[in-house]
Design a binder for this molecule. Sequence first.
Ligand code: HMG
Ligand code: MG
Length: 299
Amino acid sequence: MADLPGTVRIVEVGPRDGLQNEQKPVHTDVKIEFIERLSAAGLTTIETTSFVRPDWIPQLADAEAVMRGLRRRRGVSYPVLVPNEKGMQRALAAEADEVAVFTAASETFNQKNTNAGIDESLNRFQSIATLAKEHGVRMRGYISCVLGCPYEGDVAVAKVTDVAGKLDALGCYEISLGDTIGAGTPGAARTMLETVAHRVPMERLAVHFHDTRGQALANIYACLQAGVSVVDASVSGLGGCPYAGGATGNVATEDLVYMLEGLGIETGVSLPDLLDAGAFISEALERQPASKLGRIPRK
Ligand code: HMG
Ligand code: MG
């Protein structure tokens, strides 16, 4: 289709965003097998864990052990979240090949999530950026609450654009626009993306939709039409942020791949293998997959 990209790169966030909100402990070996199944399915960017305060996100307290145990596949990138210099030092010690910094377009959310205002968090990223450059580690940036905040309600697109410009200036190679609470609808999502793209080129933007209100696939379709070609997703629809009350999982990677295949868009991902990975982690969590595809009985 003329107005859609020929290829989409999927950033799989299941092991990080997907698991960070889970109460039930997931064994490190299960996480490692999960990540290895995702790479075997053809995903080339797999957000693996977070080097945040372990008492803030206990589920990911085994970040070092996950990184140590992982058999890394050539051609696959394993980004990790870092909130500050301490997190960056831990990530470097764990030989992370890519890091992601995260802030928000809402002051209140950023305070609740990182104990810092937006400008303060951007200041924290300066030393991360310097270290990233020194060590040849790529740095991605996230902006949360781009289409609404659980505490402040509406969020101005101008604020999203401003933060995107600052992350760009810090050296983020890509900026992921996060609809943290799944508040967006396709028209608003497209307008927001197109407005931000006046500041940061579309080729360096990604979209990250939580599916709280069932709008994620429609929002992604609208953003593909606007020219985005990097989409974050979480296998089995896992995910949520403990500091964004009521937020549910990300768009399910299986459902996304199904839609993209139907549109003739290449992803390099094997849907059957992805479904296996979704079934594997759902079984470990003792629940049904939250993806639509994962609930269809397989032969
Ligand atoms: P703080 O308490 O302000 O940190 O937390 P601090 O610098 O004042 O340090 C206090 C203590 O924590 C010190 O220890 C530090 O060493 C330690 P003490 O001296 O008292 O013994 N500490 C650390 N320990 C390990 N690793 C670290 C670290 N940093 C400090 N990195 C902080 C500030 C940002 C660290 C905290 O608020 C935090 O960890 N927040 C993380 C929250 C989080 O992970 N949220 C979910 C991810 S974001 C998300 O899901 C949204 C996204 O998906 C996009 C979307 O959907 O919108 C990306
Ligand atoms: Mg998220």
